[in-house]
Design a protein around this ligand. Structure first.
Ligand code: GLA
Length: 394
């Protein structure tokens, strides 16, 4: 074999050094537990304005959402209209007459955090300017406005590579020196659970949620609550503190789901360690909606410090058992009835990784009621399109 030339020796050793350096996980110190907040899209679509955002920030405080742990107020698509001569992104002057910086200041004055939306392609999904080619400039602009959270979409990005595009904005945000939570939204198209923990704090795993229990909407592949659950199953190994999989924003309080369906939606999102981003009008929320969104015991499941995403541990046609490991060895368990008639659903200890003889204390979280000690299994009658949520504490 010919000895390596000087040049090739250095090339080969640099390559070896490069390969030996592990890819650093994104460390912006954020999302140690799943982020909680509100986003304009599900209820308001493009109908966003500084009035709406200010009133929502006010309502976040007055309704007790802030005290329950919701922090981020996020404007989704349609706040932006063009770029100026320097390429700086410009907010709609009619809808945001005081400018985005003043709006961010207002949100901060309420003790809340402020979020905004852009897109990795040339245009957003609603055809507003995207960040492609302006990543570093946009990141600097957001930081100067006091932005704490960026949701980054994937429309008009057909010939782009997801890791490269999201990686670029991730670097741009880090380079600002401001901690900005990075929320990826490429709809699960390139399995972001496999690569996104090095890039962002949250990554959408599915297409858009539709405000229904089990419908499917073509041609966009938008799906209802239970279909999202099916899509999430199998992504659980990849979530943890600093990076969570995102089954999309909440439809609780948006008028289509029944009270049982709303509680099941929320309970399952807690089992999934999902970001809890309310998508309803907080200014006119009824008591039932508020009770769901601010339930302390259910929120504690979502925010469990271990950060473990749950999974489906048993399924029999329309009867499902979903479970999540909690700090201290306990489990949170959702008995989900997808059928239109009441069902008796059982969770077996062996499906939770417990020996069958183990005695454990059961607590019903929606009823806020201890159910006593059980061994081997627990059975509940579950209403149609509902979930009973319990903790199991050996
Ligand atoms: C995509 C996203 C949604 C929302 C809209 C805005 O569909 O997945 O969550 O941000 O774009 O146009």
């Amino acid at each position: 074999m010919k000895p390596l030339s000087h040049k090739h020796f250095w090339l080969a050793s640099s390559l070896l050094i490069l390969l030996a350096i592990p890819v650093a996980a994104l460390d912006n110190g954020l999302a140690k537990t799943p982020p909680m907040g509100w986003n304009s899209w599900n209820k308001f679509g493009c109908n966003v304005s500084e009035k709406l955002i200010r009133e929502t920030a006010d309502a976040m405080v007055s309704t007790g959402m802030k005290d329950a742990g919701y922090k981020y107020v996020v404007i989704d698509d349609c706040w932006q209209v063009k770029r100026d001569a320097d390429g700086t992104i410009v907010a709609d002057p009619g809808r945001f007459p005081s400018g985005i910086k003043a709006l961010g200041d207002y949100v901060h004055s309420k003790g809340l955090l402020f979020g905004i939306y852009s897109d990795a392609g040339s245009l957003t999904c609603e055809g507003r300017p995207g960040s492609r080619g302006y990543e570093f400039q946009d990141a600097r602009t957001y930081a100067s406005w006091g932005v704490d959270y960026l949701k980054y979409d994937w429309c008009h990005a057909e010939r782009q590579d997801t890791l490269e595009s999201y990686g670029l904005m991730s670097k741009a945000l880090l380079a600002t020196g401001r901690p900005i939570l990075f929320s990826l939204c490429e709809w699960g198209s390139t399995k972001p659970w496999l690569w996104a923990k090095d890039v962002g704090n949250v990554s959408r795993s599915t297409g858009d949620i539709t405000n229904c229990w089990d419908c499917k909407v073509s041609p966009d592949d938008n799906v209802g609550v239970v279909h999202i659950l099916d899509l999430m199953n199998g992504t659980e190994a990849y979530a943890g503190p600093g990076h969570f999989n995102d089954p999309d924003m909440l439809e609780v309080g948006n008028g289509k789901l029944t009270p049982d369906e709303s509680r099941a939606h929320f309970a399952l999102w807690a089992i999934l360690a999902a970001p809890l981003i309310a998508g309803n009008d907080l200014r006119s929320m009824d008591a039932e909606t508020k009770a769901v969104l601010t339930d302390k015991e259910v929120l504690a499941i979502d925010q469990d410090p271990l950060g473990k995403q749950g999974r489906r541990v048993a399924k029999d046609v329309d009867q499902e058992v979903w479970a999540r490991e909690l700090q201290g060895g306990n489990r949170a368990v959702a008995l989900l009835n997808r059928a239109a008639t009441p069902q008796s659903i059982t969770v077996k200890w062996e499906d939770l990784g417990y020996p069958a003889h183990l005695s454990a204390q059961l607590r019903d979280l929606w009823q806020h009621k201890d159910l006593g000690a059980k061994s081997g299994s627990f059975t509940a009658t579950v209403a149609p399109h509902a979930a009973v949520l319990v903790t199991v504490q050996p």
